[in-house]
Design a protein around this ligand. Structure first.
Ligand code: ADE
Length: 239
């Protein structure tokens, strides 16, 4: 997968070139093309913004440098603008994007875009109901969530399938040594060696975590008969 990012701050993108994603870049499992749209200005001062028509405080990012930067790409794939007014990013969208051959993100900074910039994008996406100083951190979050789903990025190929959100429930709790930490013991079933019991326990605890921490997720989740029984037990145990 190739990912282009149009940004005024390409130097911010080191986190994506570190750890698992960094190794993925080295192994050519994905490509990252950072484009500074300030390079596509024609005035001496390389301005990318201007005062808003109609007056008011602040500056507005101009369409021309962004359009020229976009047109300089040999191909673009799906074009995404990150902005607080977009629809909300989630695991489903990461999964969908991970099947694309190419993605292009446009990051704003400090100020808003000229409204006509939105016409250049296929999608406007937000990471949550809060405002950041720029689209760089949201873009990095979205790229991380997407790229880690590509084949060969994570060490353990099974892990993205089992994790939170991928099957509609949060993840079950995990433990490793020591078996006893200041009297807080690892649940005995996990050291029982009984694989069926361990799988059942994990399933129920995933359901419990979701019920306690994200009950809203259960509204869209179809419980099978076994899960209905588990949930009834959980409610009893928690009351
Ligand atoms: N840019 C600034 N805030 C943002 C947010 N919450 N989501 C996406 N892009 C943004």
């Amino acid at each position: 997968m190739k990912i282009n990012v149009l940004t005024l701050f390409p130097e911010m993108f080191t986190p994506l070139q570190t750890s698992m994603l960094g190794r993925g870049l080295e192994d050519n499992k994905w490509q990252l093309n950072l484009v500074n749209f300030r390079d596509f200005t024609s005035d001496v001062h390389h301005h990318v913004d201007d005062t808003p028509y109609g007056g008011g405080a602040g500056m507005v990012l101009q369409i021309l440098p962004i359009k020229k930067a976009l047109d300089s790409l040999p191909s673009k794939g799906r074009v995404i603008i990150t902005a607080p007014q977009g629809h909300k990013f989630n695991q489903n969208l990461a999964q969908k994007w991970s099947t694309e051959e190419e993605l292009t993100f446009i990051c704003g900074h400090y100020e808003g875009f000229d409204q006509r910039v939105y016409d250049l994008a296929d999608e406007v996406v937000s990471i949550g109901d809060y405002v950041l100083t720029g689209g760089e951190l949201p873009t990095m979050s979205m790229i991380d969530a997407t790229v880690r789903l590509l084949p060969g990025i994570l060490g353990n190929a099974a892990s993205p399938v089992e994790e939170s959100f991928s099957h509609g429930l949060l993840e079950y709790p995990q433990y490793t040594r020591p078996e006893d930490f200041n009297g807080e013991k690892v649940p005995p079933v996990l050291i029982s060696g009984n694989h069926q019991k361990i799988a059942d326990w994990r399933h129920k605890e995933a359901l419990r975590a979701t019920y306690l921490q994200r009950p809203d997720m259960l509204e869209n989740y179809e419980l099978n008969a076994e899960e209905q029984k588990m949930l009834a037990e959980i409610k009893e145990e928690e009351n």
